[in-house]
Design a protein around this ligand. Sequence first.
Ligand SMILES: [Zn+2]
Length: 423
Amino acid sequence: MAAFDLIIRRGRLEGHAPLQDVGVRGARFTRIADRIRERAAVELDADGRLVTPTFVEPHIHLDKVLMAARVRPNHSGTLTEAIQILQDAKRHYTVADVASRATQVIEWAVSHGVTTLRTHVDVDPLGGLTPLLGVLEARRRTRDLCTVQIVAFPQEGIIKSPGTARLLDQALRRGADVMGGMPYNEATPTDSVRHLEMAFALARRHGAPIDMHVDETDDPHARTLAELAALALRFRYKNRVTAGHVCALAAYDDPYAAKVIALLAEAQMHVVTNPATNLMLQGRFDRSPIRRGVTRVKDLVAAGVNVAFGQDCVMDTFYPTWGQADPLEVGLITAHALQFTQPAELHTLSQMCTANAARVLGARGYGLGVGAVASCNIVDAHSFADAFRTRADRRYVVFRGRVVAETTTVSKLHRRVGGGRSA
Ligand SMILES: [Zn+2]
């Protein structure tokens, strides 16, 4: 029997000076060495290109993708109006339609080198379980390409949307893996705390981790992030709670922000920032200067909090026009939002869509190492920074030892004979 099913030749791996051969047997990396003498049935010549673990998308709304063209425009550009527009559409969702839109965007993500995704799916009396059933069907259709975790997400609130708690319980029974939340989207701070407590009760009943939309607002008085961290500590949910967006943290004064960040670090919480969407949604009531609405990533990282970035939205009412489920594109936007230019910052950026995002999802066997799951990208670049700069082709995407996508873009210049001299 052959020692290897797949060998990647002459790959550029972070932390290795010489180019490396990467050997795969079955679904695992089994050797990484300067030179592998054996042959394999499938060999890919990286020819000095960057080899990365496949990207992890930790926050995307697959039930809402591609809806922008079907509904009226979001005139205010705000989160509130985006939610309102979708309320009508959601009543008329069908499982087939949600499945087909979600499948399309999953396929884009895979061609962009993503083979692990976490998606938030609306669960409420407006759409019932239709969004969930649609995304479950998309997950089934694409299981040869990637793995998908589903968050049961009470977009419309729990307290102000009676019937949601029961549906969330059903969603977690029928295939959702993670308990979601949106505590700020309740009428009062008291109700926000009740929302958090109900979400924890459901999560604990199902043994599920928690991933919430937290304080997606410029309101410096939004306080649900600290409440979430306090509950994570009270219920011994260390390392099992993720907070997405957390825009208000950027609006706090420095002493209070430092206090909350210390609490997040103590609870070993994860944070997912979504700069593409929040640059678009936040600061809509500002004249000038207009706030960025992007959370304090540098401070969080310095405090030891695990931070990843996500796409969040693809052509929906929150983020019309834009998005293609490409972490290199989102990374480029993130770098601008966070003012990342230094080598250490670019390293952090690369981790935010790979190892850090994998930690958010609790992905097992992740990474480019012997014994890890053989999922990797050959990227048409020589460094991660260059990959972000050019959104380089993912020449090959390998998922569990099998090539699942390839992309080659060809550009040609057509010169006059004699070159650029004028006649
Ligand atoms: Zn979101």
